[in-house]
Ligand binder design. Structure first.
Ligand SMILES: *[C@@H]1O[C@H](CO)[C@@H](O)[C@H](O)[C@H]1NC(C)=O
Ligand SMILES: *[C@@H]1O[C@H](CO)[C@@H](O)[C@H](O)[C@H]1NC(C)=O
Ligand SMILES: *[C@@H]1O[C@H](CO)[C@@H](O)[C@H](O)[C@H]1NC(C)=O
Length: 419
């Protein structure tokens, strides 16, 4: 078994080798390669810190809460508590991320801190399977069964559990749910399949929403297809976890992102710009080591396959198990689409970037067309704004957060809103 695992692992690495070559490309100008001056970097000391440790270091108090979902996952919420009258907001990260993305930009810039500075009660979600949410009441994260989920289950169980926990504790609705990428897909599932829970949220804010995704322009698109193609092999190798940390470490080395063989510009290009959109002006290279030491984090194989299915079908719908099992699960040969007419009528704001290779403006427009109550639809006014600039963009505070904070305050701060 170990032999098979090793051979398969090497095969996958060679795919990544292809990926690496394809990503760098033969025509790229010779790069200035910044060799590791790593040990001298001041930020070095932050790299191994957990989210609460980083928050404390930034001078905020923090609490850790755990929430158990109906299907037994034990999720971690990190909180920067507001005062007694404060309005609770929940920030939900995307796939391959955890809640560290909301604090990466640091004090005075990162959205979590800006919200805390404005007096909000800030809650950071960690979805099942990610860094701080790898526990289950009966399963271990090395079990296949643990990884048998996609954003569908996150929307059915994780989002309702977190919303319920916060609203019970604060005895008031959640003022806003702010989701990035897959953090919006799961909310879409909640809003259509469990609208009762979505209605406990007064406002939904989408950053690069991943609901319609079939105009994805990223070079990762063929890689996602490849993962779907080789799912049986991956299942044997990794027990449905994509990927174990040692795999990411090897991948980071190939991409120039291993901090012992660090090549800043190559790493930025491979890890962020080529897959997500070229935007060097928004990336603070000083923060890159922090970024690469925190992402990517594992997702489930089922998540990736579900993403590919959504690209292929062009419409958001539950997981396609194939005709026979579909018939057992859904009583139909094809999975039924999420019921758009039952979607909770929540005030929704949508923010997107023209150079977001994952979420094309065409797909964003499709989402806009089906949502019943869009209060703000805004293309971030920076032509190169990419999929991760929503959380890592150096000018995100000016280009995006200012507007978001204003929307949250002006229209919905007075509790008179009825959904
Ligand atoms: C907040 O409320 C709690 C419980 O009602 C109370 O003990 C505490 O003093 C209050 N804190 C502030 C800052 O008002
Ligand atoms: C880049 O990040 C570092 C560390 O967070 C910060 O000190 C510096 O001011 C940032 N540079 C810019 C241009 O924002
Ligand atoms: C979709 O939701 C609407 C409104 O709740 C309901 O009337 C309708 O029966 C649902 N359709 C299906 C196929 O479940």
């Amino acid at each position: 078994m170990d032999g098979i695992r090793l051979i398969g692992f090497m095969c996958l690495l060679s795919f990544c080798g292809c990926l690496d070559g394809a990503i760098i490309g033969p025509n790229e100008p010779v790069e200035q390669i910044i060799q590791s001056t790593w040990n001298n970097l001041e930020l070095n000391s932050d790299l191994d810190l957990t989210t609460p440790e980083i928050i404390e270091k930034a001078g905020y108090s923090t609490e850790t809460h755990t929430v158990i979902t109906e299907d037994g996952y034990i999720l971690t919420l990190h909180r920067i508590p507001g005062g007694n009258g404060s309005l609770p907001v929940l920030l939900v990260h995307g796939s391959f991320n955890d809640d560290s993305v909301w604090i990466t930009l640091g004090k005075g810039k990162a959205l979590a801190y800006l919200l805390a500075d404005q007096g909000y009660d800030v809650w950071l979600a960690n979805m099942r399977g990610t860094t701080y949410s790898k526990k289950h009441i009966t399963l271990s994260s090395s079990d296949w069964k643990f990884w048998d989920f996609s954003f569908h289950e996150e929307g059915m169980y994780d989002v309702p559990a977190m919303i319920t926990y916060i609203t019970n504790m604060r005895s008031q609705p959640l003022h806003a749910y702010i989701g990035h990428s897959m953090g919006t897909s799961s909310f879409y599932v909640t809003a259509t399949e469990r609208p009762k829970f979505a209605r406990m949220v007064k406002m939904m804010i989408n950053f690069g929403p991943a609901v319609f995704i079939n105009h994805m322009r990223s070079p990762l698109r063929p890689v996602l297809y490849l993962i779907k193609e080789f799912q049986s092999l991956l299942r044997v190798l990794f027990h449905d976890e994509l990927f174990p940390q040692e795999f990411y470490n090897t991948l980071k080395t190939l991409l120039g992102c291993n901090l012992n063989f660090y090549r800043a510009e190559m790493c930025a290009k491979n890890l962020l710009f080529n897959p997500l959109g070229y935007d060097p002006e928004q990336l603070n290279l000083t923060q890159l080591p922090f970024i690469v030491s925190h992402i990517p984090v594992a997702v489930s194989l089922k998540t990736v396959i579900h993403i590919v299915q959504m690209i292929e079908s062009g419409t958001p719908r539950p997981f396609d198990y194939g005709a026979a099992k579909n018939f057992l699960v859904y009583k139909s040969v094809e999975p039924p689409e999420y019921n758009q007419s039952s979607i909770a009528n929540i005030p929704t704001a949508i923010y997107y970037g023209d150079n977001d290779l994952f979420i094309s403006p065409i797909d964003v427009k499709m989402l806009y067309d089906i949502l019943p109550n869009v209060i703000d639809m805004y293309e971030v006014p920076w032509p190169n704004f990419n999929h991760l600039d929503f959380v890592f963009g150096n000018d995100a505070p000016k280009l995006l957060y200012e507007r978001v904070l204003k929307i949250m305050k002006e229209k919905y701060s007075n509790n008179v809103l009825t959904v």
